[in-house]
Design a protein around this ligand. Sequence first.
Ligand SMILES: Cc1cc2nc3c(=O)[nH]c(=O)nc-3n(C[C@H](O)[C@H](O)[C@H](O)COP(=O)(O)OP(=O)(O)OC[C@H]3O[C@@H](n4cnc5c(N)ncnc54)[C@H](O)[C@@H]3O)c2cc1C
Length: 224
Amino acid sequence: MAASLSPTARTTLHRSKERGRSAREDLYAILDSGVICHLGVVVDGAPMVVPTGYGRLGDTLYLHGSTGARSLRGALEDEICVTVTHLDGIVLARSIFHHSVNYRSAMIYGRARRVTDPDERLAGLRALSEQLAPGQWDTVRPPTRKELAATEVLALSLAEASVKARQGPPGDELEDYALPIWAGVLPVRMSWGEPEPDPELSERLRTPAHVAARPPLGSLPQKI
Ligand SMILES: Cc1cc2nc3c(=O)[nH]c(=O)nc-3n(C[C@H](O)[C@H](O)[C@H](O)COP(=O)(O)OP(=O)(O)OC[C@H]3O[C@@H](n4cnc5c(N)ncnc54)[C@H](O)[C@@H]3O)c2cc1C
C-alpha cells in the first residue's frame, strides 16, 4: 500500500487541518501503541459505538468477538468506522474557550470482511492477542475447535484512514497572555500497575517476564 494516506472525500480533515498527518507510518504507530479501539457500526438503523480489542497485520486490522455479537453482525452489513485514540495531555489555557487536549488519533473507514480461512483466522486472533497482551499467545492453552467456532473474526483494510494529532502548549488570544492565569499542559501517561496473581494460582508459579516487565504503552507522546 502507498506510503502515504491518500485522503478520500470522507477522510479529508475540515477542522484544524494542520493537525492532520499523512504518513502511513504515523497510522501504524498510533495503532501499534494502542490497546483498544472504538468500533462504530449501524445496527438496525441506529449508530452503535463499541469499545473493543483489535490487532494489526500489515494493512489489515482484525476485530473479533462472539458470533452472537450484534455489533459484529452489523459490521458485516454496512460500512464501519474504527477509531484509536491516545490522550497525551490536558491543555489548560487562559480562557476556557482555548482549553484543549493533546492527542494522537486515527480513524479508519471501510467494509469489514468475515475471515473464514482457518490460517488467517488464527493469525488475526494472534494479532489481537499480541496487541492486548504481548507474549501470551505462545504461553497459554491455544483455542479449541469449539472456542474457535464461537468466535467471529473480521478484517478491515487500512486503505481509507486518517490521522490527527495535537501537541504543544495552549494557543491563547494574544491579549490573554498578559492575564495572571496559569496555563500549560498537564501530561497524561498510561502505566502498568503491579501484576495481581490470581488467588487460585499455585505459589510455585512466578509472574512471567512479558507480564512483569511489560514496557510502558503509549507512555510518551510520539513525535508524529
Ligand atoms: C481525546 C480527544 C478529544 C477531543 N475533543 C474535542 C472536542 O471536545 N470538541 C471538538 O470539536 N473536537 C474534539 N476533538 C477533535 C475531534 O476528534 C475532531 O477532530 C474535530 O471535532 C473535527 O470534527 P469534524 O466533525 O469537524 O470532522 P471533520 O474535520 O469534518 O472530519 C473529516 C474527516 O477527518 C478525519 N478526522 C477528523 N477528526 C479526526 C481525528 N480526531 N482523528 C483522526 N481523523 C480525524 C476523519 O477521517 C473525518 O471523516 C477531540 C479529539 C480527541 C482525540
